[in-house]
Write a protein that binds this ligand. Structure first.
Ligand SMILES: NC(=O)c1ccc[n+]([C@@H]2O[C@H](COP(=O)([O-])OP(=O)(O)OC[C@H]3O[C@@H](n4cnc5c(N)ncnc54)[C@H](O)[C@@H]3O)[C@@H](O)[C@H]2O)c1
Ligand SMILES: [Zn+2]
Ligand SMILES: [Zn+2]
Length: 367
């Protein structure tokens, strides 16, 4: 079938709206009518050419919400008409990691997904006979896309997709970092570094888990105000004394849980240093630049601090994204303040500009 899509023909060039050919779905795949999609830093990172795994031409976009249009052979968990959120982090429910409660890192389709292919090693997207790669197994900057069944979370049919799409990436990553990776205990003190989509999600997740104090640190006062709306109790404009300030605020001990959501290794170091001795846990959610390393004084670890990484917030997508969406529908999570701009597909490049300018938290494209 024909569909309009924003194609990234090469790095560093604006996306071009094209009419592309979408084939399939083949066995185990689903044809998805995309209803809304967020524009995220990871799309910009790959478009910048700095992503060593970026393959062009491709259709970017990975924060999608849509409706199942058609299912391929063998697809049993989804049917036409189902509302779904896309998962760049799939859940096959069968691999060694999926059956273990300690991780969400499904092993089923990683290799081909990283190459821009569907699991069988081919693509369903093309234009004038030229193959176009998939991106993160999702490619949501298109009216229609084809995805593996295991990379779609079926959500509440009442959930508006132009909001629910945020659960496809940053929001679930932040919520999950607090809820599933750190498993914040009630009555504790948390410190969140960064108040973008991920950090704000971590603030909300810490609140849902019953944290007593939630310190949020960012360079932007506007973003700190948003953190307050999500439940932050203490706000700190970042400066060279951030760590000392947190220590002073916590009787010299540091926070029970810290969360890093900036992608800056210097801030990751601060997050480790601001963690409480004896049992403090630092959860790193930010993605650092290629080749960068994190320096930690080993004494901080010997004296009981721990460091954990969190990919997609440790969220097992097909099981837990629907649960998070239900909590939002129940009024436990307020996501309206995160949607700063609504754009059409034709305005996708403006979405990148707004993100670059840090204008708002998320632009959402509606089809
Ligand atoms: N682990 C995952 O699966 C996953 C998923 C999505 C995004 N990410 C990563 O999470 C990070 C955050 O994503 P985002 O969308 O929220 O980004 P963002 O750019 O919107 O937010 C980052 C925030 O950090 C703040 N900041 C910058 N320097 C700071 C400092 N010194 N101290 C405190 N705050 C500072 C910025 O002002 C900004 O508000 C990125 O690195 C992104 O790549 C990871
Ligand atoms: Zn993203
Ligand atoms: Zn798996």
């Amino acid at each position: 079938m024909k569909a309009r899509a924003a194609v990234a023909w090469e790095p560093k060039k604006p996306l071009v709206i094209e009419e592309i050919e979408v084939e399939g779905p083949e066995e185990g795949e689903v044809l998805l009518k995309v209803v809304a999609t967020g524009v995220c830093h990871t799309d910009a990172f790959t478009l910048s050419g700095d992503d060593p795994e970026g393959a062009f031409p491709c259709v970017l976009g990975h924060e999608g919400g849509g409706i199942v249009e058609k299912v391929g052979e063998g697809v049993s968990s989804l049917a036409p008409g189902d509302k779904v959120v896309t998962l760049f982090s799939p859940q096959c429910r069968e691999c060694v990691h999926c059956v273990d409660p300690r991780t969400n890192l499904c092993m089923a389709i990683r290799a081909e997904q990283n190459l821009g292919h569907l699991p069988d090693g081919t693509t369903r997207l093309s234009r004038d006979g030229e193959d176009i790669r998939h991106f993160m197994g999702t490619s949501t900057f298109a009216e229609y896309t084809v995805m593996p069944e295991i990379a779609l979370a079926k959500i509440n049919p009442e959930a508006p997709l132009d909001h629910a799409c945020l659960f496809a990436c940053g929001l679930s990553t932040g919520l999950g970092a607090a809820m599933y990776t750190a498993k914040v205990e009630p009555g504790t003190t948390c410190a969140v570094f960064g108040a973008g989509m991920v950090g704000l999600g971590a603030v909300a997740g810490a609140r849902l888990m019953g944290a007593e104090r939630i310190i949020c640190v960012d360079l932007s006062e506007d973003r700190l105000e948003l953190a307050k709306g999500q439940g932050a109790t203490d706000l700190k404009v970042a400066d060279e004394n951030t760590v000392q300030w947190i220590l002073d605020e916590t009787g010299g001990m540091g926070a029970d849980y810290t969360f890093e959501a900036t992608g800056l290794v210097k801030v990751m170091e601060q997050a480790v240093e601001a963690t409480r001795m004896a049992w403090g846990l630092c959860t790193v959610a930010g993605v650092a630049g290629k080749g960068e390393t994190l320096d930690i004084v080993p004494r901080l670890l010997i004296t009981g601090r721990r460091v954990a990484g969190s990919s997609f917030g440790g969220v097992k997508g097909r099981d837990q994204v629907p649960e998070l969406v239900d909590r939002w529908m129940a009024g436990d999570i307020d996501i309206d303040p995160f949607i700063s701009h609504e754009l059409s597909l034709e305005e996708v490049n403006r979405g990148f500009e707004l993100m670059e300018a840090q204008d708002g938290i998320r632009s959402v494209i509606r089809f």
